[in-house]
Structures are given as C-alpha cells and as structure tokens.
Design a protein around this ligand. Structure first.
Ligand code: HEM
Length: 349
C-alpha cells in the first residue's frame, strides 16, 4: 500500500481537486471576515483539517468535521507521548480517540461502497473512492480497515505539518512587506483573470511561481518536520566517522537547510534561491528524500498555494506580538499561536 499511496496523491490525480480546495477555502475564509484579530495556528489547523475531510472522504458539513476534529486533536497530542496505557494518560486518550475516528471512517467507507454501487457517489469525488476502486498489482482491493488506517495515516501526516507551514507563511509575510507585495501582485493578477464564481484550476496554480518560491523559503527556514530516524543498512564512513550497520541515524532538515556552502547567507529570507533549477538534490529536504519521501508533497503544495491566494487577496496583516517565541513540539509553532491584526483590502476581487 505504501507503494500505492503516491498514486492517490500524484499531481494528475490531485488536479481535479483544485476547484474543491478553492471552494472550501472561500467558505473557510468567511470566518476571517469581519474580524479585527485572529489567532493563526488554530485557524490554519481548521483549514487543513476541513480540506482533508472533504478531499479524503467527502465530509464537508462543519458539524461532522467538528465531530472528527476534537478526537483528532486528542490523537495528535498523544502521538508523541510516554507509551503508558492507563486511564487518563495522553497515550490512553489517543488510543481511544483513534478507535473512535477509525469507527467513524469505517462507517463512511461502508456507506460509500453502497453509494458507489447505487450510482449515488462518483469514482472521482475524493481519495476514498479512488482507494476503493483501485486494486494492487495482483488485482486485490483493500479491506475497509486497511483503507481507514491509510486515511488516518494521511490525516496525521498532513495535519500539523501543513498548518505549521501556513502559520509560518503568515508570520514571514507580516515581517517582510516586500515579499508580501510580490506574492500579492502575483495572486491578484490571477484573481483578476477569473470570471465571477470561476474556481482556481491547474493553470492558475502553475502561475503561482513566486508564491511557491516564498513558501519553499519558509519551509527551508522553518521546516515543519525537523528530521527523522533511519537505520544504517551497511557499515559506512561519513566525514571521518565510522557508522556501523544497525545504528540509528537522525537526518536533520534544519541543519541541512542552513548549510552556508549550499545556501549563502543561510538566515537571509531569499525566495530567489528557488528560481531556475533551485537547490541541488538532497540539500532542500522539508519533505524528506528517497523512497520514504513525503507522499503528500503535491497535496501540501496545492493547499498551501490556495491558502496564500485567499489570504493575500483579502488581507494585509500585522503581528500583535513582535518577538513571539517559537516552540518546537514536535512541529515549530509560535508559542502564542500567532495572533495578528487584519487589514482587509477594500477592492476585493
Ligand atoms: C508542508 C507539509 C508537509 C511536510 C513538511 C511533510 C513532511 C514529511 C516528511 C519530511 C516526511 C518523511 C519522514 C521520513 O523521512 O521518515 C513525511 C512523510 C509522510 N507524509 Fe508528509 N509532509 C507534509 C504534508 C503531508 C500531507 C498533506 C500528507 C497527506 C496528504 C502527508 C502524508 C505523509 C505520509 C503518509 C508520510 C509517511 C510516508 C512513509 O512512511 O513512507 N504529508 N512528510
């Protein structure tokens, strides 16, 4: 199944969902309208979770999304906890929450199977339909529980990572007005090219080059995933150190991204580093690299760009806490959730 995941998340498969992302983002940003101040991180989490519910399993009703969001938060906060399964521990609460979500997902899957047979659901409406109708190389289809686990895995993999990225984009754009202006110019041109009610599409995404370079620079300086562990498969030598087979090794996105030999003046925010061919392979690794590279990279790119589009075309903003501390737990987030003051544009497109 690990091999099949990229099929559901490759650009060709995701292109058809851009309009849906745009539609959800429009509804989502209504909650920002008429507010003078907002707390970005919890709102960014709501955005990525709502999108995931719609795109993975076609759950769009805000009440249903909320029913899943609370246990999902419990699950996420127990993911990295001391594994003591006693009543009241974060680990125990996370297990209960994951059982609840899995049960909900199985109910959704059972209903979808019926709807597909009766022609009430379409084979391209979301990733669930795609998973139900795709067989592996031996012609076998996945079991319901398997699908529920895969979807849960996608929800976990994509939730805090993408919301951390969106939060830092808001932070850097507040701190760097010239960069904000560049993103605004690009996005407003795209917005102006659309007819009334016309949704974003793949062609629009392709035009968001500068915005994506900015997002990449944010991911370089504040990678949501700090790194991960690997096991040495053979003995090898690195920088004069002998690493024996079987040792656990940690690869760090943070230090890789701040290597001055690759990124001149590494602390400077400079989106032009991503122009042309961009950084050499394995020097920019917010999504990892090699066979276990993040399968959700393209999905994340789309949801981040759609987020940037809606945000900058509606607002300018200022940080309320100038030197807000960053905590890493395990994703980097501003300690107070990044409160900002909003300044709506008057000529909304
Ligand atoms: C900005 C957003 C994201 C970042 C920075 C990110 C980063 C990463 C990284 C670095 C890994 C590899 C970890 C390793 O090497 O062990 C990974 C794995 C993974 N990511 Fe993402 N990710 C993001 C968004 C997403 C999204 C949106 C999804 C789902 C749609 C997703 C699903 C997954 C899954 C399922 C894995 C595990 C793959 C495996 O075990 O082989 N990620 N991600």
């Amino acid at each position: 199944m690990r091999k099949m995941l990229p099929n559901f998340l490759k650009p060709e498969a995701l292109q058809r969902y851009i309009g849906i992302m745009d539609h959800i983002a429009q509804k989502y940003f209504q909650s920002w309208e008429n507010q003078e101040e907002v707390l970005v991180f919890p709102l960014a989490k709501r955005y990525t979770f709502w999108l995931a519910c719609r795109l993975f399993v076609s759950v769009e009703d805000p009440n249903h999304v909320a029913k899943l969001a609370d246990p999902f938060d419990v699950l996420a906060s127990g993911l990295i906890s001391i594994p003591i399964n006693l009543p009241g521990t974060p680990f125990n609460r996370a297990i209960k929450a994951s059982n609840f979500i899995r049960k909900e997902l199985v109910a959704i899957i059972k209903q979808r199977k019926i709807d597909l047979t009766e022609g009430k659901a379409s084979d391209s409406q979301d990733i669930l339909s795609h998973m139900l109708l795709t067989s592996d190389e031996n012609g076998k289809f996945m079991h319901e529980l398997d699908i529920a686990d895969k979807i849960l895995g996608l929800l976990i993999g994509g939730h805090d990572t993408a919301s951390s990225a969106c939060t830092f984009i808001v932070k850097y754009l507040a701190e760097l007005p010239d960069i904000y202006d560049g993103v605004y110019k690009e996005q407003i041109e795209i917005a102006k090219s659309k007819g009334p009610g016309e949704l974003l599409n793949w062609e629009d995404i392709k035009k968001m080059k500068y915005s994506w370079n900015v997002a990449c620079e944010v991911l370089r300086l504040a990678p949501p995933l700090q790194g991960a562990f690997r096991e040495a498969l053979v003995d090898f030598t690195f920088n004069g150190f002998s690493i024996p087979k079987g040792w656990k090794i940690y690869w760090s996105a943070n230090s890789t991204h701040r290597n001055p030999e690759v990124f001149l003046d590494p602390l400077k925010f400079d989106p032009s580093r991503f122009e042309g061919n961009g950084p050499a392979p394995y020097t920019f690794v917010p999504f990892g690299g090699g066979p276990r590279m993040c399968p959700g990279k393209e999905y994340a790119r789309l949801e981040i760009l759609v987020f940037m589009h809606h945000l900058v075309k509606r607002f300018n903003w200022k940080k309320i806490i100038q030197n807000e501390k960053i905590v890493v737990n395990p994703m980097p987030i501003p300690a107070n959730g990044l409160p900002i003051r909003l300044y709506p544009h008057h000529n909304k497109t």
